[in-house]
Design a protein around this ligand. Structure first.
Ligand code: SF4
Length: 252
């Protein structure tokens, strides 16, 4: 395996993959520049390490975990790293998940065909029919179409899929969440978990998001109700600073 642009690890997490004890591996680099990114330190700097260094980290934790979650940045920016890490992890009978912004549908499709990934956490940052808002949020043109294609590839492959929207008032709120819910249903993903995540202005550098643009937990529950009633989604959840992740509709 070629060297990996590596961002670090969280050795043990119970929140990144609900119901599983996971180790999280962060890969550096991302093609997007989201205005609310709080992983910005992983976007610019480089830290290439030998694969053996990452494998040693996995072996240190393999006895305590069920799964490895690849995060970023955007992990699919380094397809060879994902493939090699996933092969190493699966040989140890652990599960593999990837958190992605959906920018690389062809890479996702190829790796899913190799049966190396058990779960995908896919960002739906804005309605997929709204390229203008997607570009406003990510600072890159043409992202929504790529995410639509990634969503379609995941559905076609039948991989376990969770969809995540980060919300801020004045950016992505009730109307956008309802539209996203309808798009998820229309795409054939109504059975997947849909997670509405509280955007947290204090984590965004430069105070570009106002503090009062944060939704409260009660307001997030209202957004979840809107999504649930706008489409026939089976599982709608919210994620907040105060209470972590909670099912609002459906279990799982
Ligand atoms: S996709 Fe994620 S890591 Fe990349 S810029 Fe956006 S928020 Fe940051």
């Amino acid at each position: 395996m070629a060297a990996v642009n590596f961002g670090g690890v969280v050795p043990f997490s119970t929140i990144d993959w609900r119901g599983k004890a996971s180790m999280v591996i962060f890969l550096r680099g991302c093609p997007l520049r989201c205005i609310y990114c709080h992983n910005y330190k992983l976007l610019e700097d480089q830290n290439y390490v030998e694969p053996s260094e990452i494998e040693a980290e996995i072996l240190k934790n393999a006895g305590f975990i069920d799964a490895v979650v690849l995060s970023g940045g955007e992990p699919f920016m380094q397809p060879h790293a994902i493939e090699a890490i996933a092969q190493f992890v699966k040989k140890r009978s652990l599960f593999v998940a990837v958190q992605t912004n959906g920018f690389y549908p062809a890479v996702v499709e190829t790796l899913l065909k190799k049966n190396l990934i058990d779960k995908i956490f896919l960002d739906i940052k804005a309605p997929l029919s709204d390229e203008t808002l997607y570009e406003k949020l990510t600072k890159v043109a043409g992202v929504a179409e790529r995410v639509r294609n990634t969503l379609a590839a995941c559905i076609l492959a039948g991989v376990d899929l969770e969809l995540v929207t980060t919300v801020f008032k004045n950016l992505v709120g009730a109307e956008e969440v309802k539209r996203i819910a309808k798009e998820i249903e229309e795409a054939g993903a109504a059975n997947c978990s849909y997670v509405i995540q509280q955007g947290r202005p204090e984590l965004v550098p430069g105070r570009v998001i106002a503090e009062d643009d944060e939704f409260s937990r009660e307001e997030l529950k209202e957004l979840a109700a809107g999504a649930y009633h706008a489409a026939s989604l089976k599982k709608v959840r919210i994620r907040t600073r105060e209470h972590g992740e909670e099912a609002v509709y459906g279990g799982g």
